[in-house]
Design a protein around this ligand. Structure first.
Ligand SMILES: NC(=O)c1ccc[n+]([C@@H]2O[C@H](COP(=O)([O-])OP(=O)(O)OC[C@H]3O[C@@H](n4cnc5c(N)ncnc54)[C@H](O)[C@@H]3O)[C@@H](O)[C@H]2O)c1
Length: 341
């Protein structure tokens, strides 16, 4: 069914996932205002979105911690729906800067909710993370699995989830969709947008690219004797364009749901770190130097999503795979070797 046009406020829309979500929402003819303070992104990313879609959208440079500026955003734009993606996401950094993380992620979401209340906006989509599951008691992980966040980052996401759940229960008209992303990877097939970060980050594919670019000597494999098929950790990599498309499916689901619902967003397939290295080496016919390191605190050996609930209720199915993730990364890297910098 064709979605009606809604006025959607996207926080963090200049970021890695935000730009991909923005592309899909614009192609679905939604009216968009992006807010971002470029804390971890570049304005060029938004120009690139226009290059792909040829569709206009509005943008304001705003920090979600700035309540006065947020007030003006809600007053002027009057969104029907907020997609809240802005936030800090580095697990390792969160350990050393817990207050920064709680401030941006937790206070940030309360700021958004209080403005939604004030300006009568009743629909919220929250970007959460598979990290809230901690060490899951069952694989694949369903939304019913116990939530035991291990890192400060994961705890901040857990607190955000609890806050938006409480908010959704205040009256019948409020609706919240929580998406727990597993491991987004790759980029738009055009190679025009991709993962760029102002801060050092530990995501797998950007780290491999750094080694291929000789910006890093080795790719660190954290854990070599885990209880997995080859001793390295296993993750559920989801092409970021598949992940972005689920946000369009959520527009329809908002009309059918009540209060709050949580969905895992992954591919449902587990791949080990070593398998990925081998695959990239095979495609590029190049060797990637590796270094074996200790398994990191706050990580889990295996994380694979059950995506049955999203398949059924959001009528969404990932279409891409590891091959297209790698192919699209190579395209992006060949066009923008240094990102947007
Ligand atoms: N990328 C992943 O692996 C992953 C996995 C699970 C969940 N998530 C969640 O998805 C969301 C988006 O992640 P991403 O990978 O696109 O990260 P990102 O860092 O690329 O994007 C986040 C965006 O938010 C902006 N931002 C940060 N603090 C802000 C503030 N105070 N005010 C306004 N804007 C601010 C940044 O500038 C950036 O553009 C985050 O909430 C993250 O926790 C990401």
């Amino acid at each position: 069914m064709k979605n009606r046009t809604s006025k959607i406020l996207i926080t963090g829309g200049a970021g890695y996932i935000g730009t991909h979500v923005l592309v899909e929402l614009l192609l679905a003819n939604q009216q968009i205002l992006v807010i971002d303070n470029f804390e971890n992104s570049y304005s060029k990313a938004l120009e690139q979105v226009f290059k792909i879609t040829k569709k206009n959208f509005d943008f304001l440079n705003i920090d979600i911690k700035n309540v006065m500026k947020l007030d003006k955003v809600f007053k002027d734009f009057k969104p029907d729906i907020v997609f809240h993606l802005a936030g800090k996401k580095n697990v390792l950094e969160s350990k050393n800067h817990p207050i920064k993380y709680y401030h941006t992620n937790v206070i940030g979401v309360t700021n958004i909710l209080s403005k939604m209340d004030e300006y009568d906006c009743k629909k919220l989509l929250l970007s959460s993370s598979a990290s809230v599951y901690g060490n899951p008691d069952k694989i694949p992980i369903s939304e019913k699995c116990l939530v035991t966040p291990l890192s400060v980052y994961a705890k901040s996401k857990f607190f955000m989830e609890e806050i938006v759940k409480d908010w959704s229960h205040l009256n019948d008209n409020r609706k919240v969709i929580i998406l727990r992303y597993f491991n987004p990877a790759g980029n738009h097939y055009s190679g025009e947008i991709g993962e760029v970060s102002r801060h050092d980050q530990s995501n797998l594919f950007p780290s491999i690219l750094k080694v291929l670019d000789k910006k890093k000597k080795y790719f660190n494999i954290y854990g070599n004797d885990l209880d997995t098929k080859d001793g390295s950790s296993i993750r559920d990599y989801i092409h970021v364009s598949d992940l972005a498309k689920v946000h369009v499916s959520c527009l329809e689901y908002f009309n059918e749901m009540q209060k709050c619902d949580v969905f895992n967003i992954g591919s449902g397939i587990g791949t080990s770190v070593k398998e990925i290295i081998e695959k990239i080496e095979h495609i590029l016919k190049k060797q990637i130097p590796i270094k074996i390191c200790d398994f990191r605190d706050g990580e889990m050996p295996v994380s694979i999503a059950s995506i049955k609930k999203a398949n059924k209720l959001l009528k969404w199915d990932p279409k891409e795979n590891l091959d297209s993730i790698i192919k699209d990364l190579i395209e992006w890297k060949s066009k923008y070797p240094n990102g947007y910098v």
